[in-house]
Design a protein around this ligand. Structure first.
Ligand SMILES: [Cu+2]
Length: 156
């Protein structure tokens, strides 16, 4: 009885204590308002990242893309709009403790993070998505203060 009841109470306690944290991570209404909006489309077997063009709006004709590279600024929230072109993939950045499935046909899947240190971090697919799954590996490049702006301008 003790081995069952005590862990059960402990788990319920954890669930109650984390009630406010989960929506901060998962509820789009609670995402930071000033975030940079990026699109990430997973496909067999690569990541295509879409950035807003000169008009600053994501999803318009002047957007530009990078393949297997996710360029973000340091200390600024980033919202990733996640889609899949074919099968279920999983957007996984271990260093940021971020993992989110990308499901074909499902729009509106979003995930957000804020990188606190500049540098390069691995991005991987965490869902067995086919024979080339192992090479579905990319980089998150976190630009130091001010440098992301000039990188964006250069790409545009
Ligand atoms: Cu995949």
């Amino acid at each position: 009885m003790i081995w069952t009841v005590l862990p059960a109470l402990f788990i319920v306690g954890l669930a109650v204590a984390s009630q406010t944290v989960w929506p901060q991570i998962k509820d789009p209404d609670q995402f930071p308002g000033d975030a940079l909006q990026l699109g990430v489309e997973a496909s067999q077997f690569e990541w295509n990242v879409r950035y807003p063009g000169p008009d600053g709006e994501l999803g318009t004709n002047d957007d530009f893309t990078t393949r297997n590279q996710l360029h973000v600024p340091v200390r600024r929230p980033v919202v990733v709009h996640l889609t899949s072109a074919d099968v279920i993939h999983s957007f996984f950045i271990p260093s940021f403790r971020i993992k989110q499935d990308a499901v074909p046909g499902m729009e509106g899947v979003r995930v957000w993070f804020e990188a606190t240190d500049a540098g390069e971090y691995p991005l991987a697919c965490a869902e067995l998505c086919g024979l080339g799954h192992y090479r579905m590996r990319a980089s998150v490049i976190v630009h130091p203060e001010g440098e992301h702006e000039s990188w964006m301008a250069e790409q545009r």
